[in-house]
Write a protein that binds this ligand. Sequence first.
Ligand SMILES: [Zn+2]
Ligand SMILES: [Zn+2]
Length: 292
Amino acid sequence: MSPSATSNTTANSAAKARAAQAPPPPPEPLAHPVADSHTHLDMQEPAVADALAAAAAVGVTTVIQVGCDLERSRWAAETAAAWEPVWAAVALHPNEAPRLAAEGGDALLDEALAGIEELAALPQVLAIGESGLDYFRTGEDGVAAQHRSFRAHIELAKRTDKALVIHDRDAHADVLRILQEEGAPERTVFHCYSGDAEMARVCADRGYFMSFAGNVTFKNAQPLRDALAAAPPELLLVETDAPFLTPAPYRGRPNAPYLVPVTLRAMARAKGMPEETLARHVAANTARAFGY
Ligand SMILES: [Zn+2]
Ligand SMILES: [Zn+2]
């Protein structure tokens, strides 16, 4: 190999590495417009204007911007006020609540909850979320704070008549139990649904919405596709959870709302339903779930 060939090879692999990180190409536009029911624009690289334009160009005309702590919930509310296609959800994430409690006890957690409650009164804030339980990232010592925070968010959603957006990671049984104990809000959404088909039937019986993310496209996600097959079309939503969970075949590259069609098409295939039919369901369900 000549020295120039060597440097070409180096340049080629550098270009390949860059392409792996480059944003995926825009998919074919959807036949019927839908919403990205759960995204984090504040964690994505493009400016909000560009993210929304790219989404609208492929039929993703509404976006729910989700806050995970007090500051980012405030940003979500401000962004929803500034941009017509954006609505906000505000909450302390189940991993944020134990962090606050460890730092300043229940007093600091309650102070942050009071801040969330203030934001929840704003008209562009349609949901309380993401709240719930995360036993994957938070250990034993954080469970009490997580439960306390989750119960407070459920109560707030009911009192303000907003939707509740649930983050449930490795905590299905406790999430379902606490929802029963507190009494679930009228509109409850499991974001990035991760249960099996049996749990999908429980959710369906209770009228909970199930929002599927890019991981439903993953090769090893057959149990998730079985859950999707078991879920009634009237309770299905789609989301990106961007910048996380980029759908196949773009895993490892940045996710964004304009990639919703990739996931929705995979959902339509798993459900054996025409894309447009599913898109119409999803669009109506998201509007009903969030009340816009
Ligand atoms: Zn989440
Ligand atoms: Zn999220």
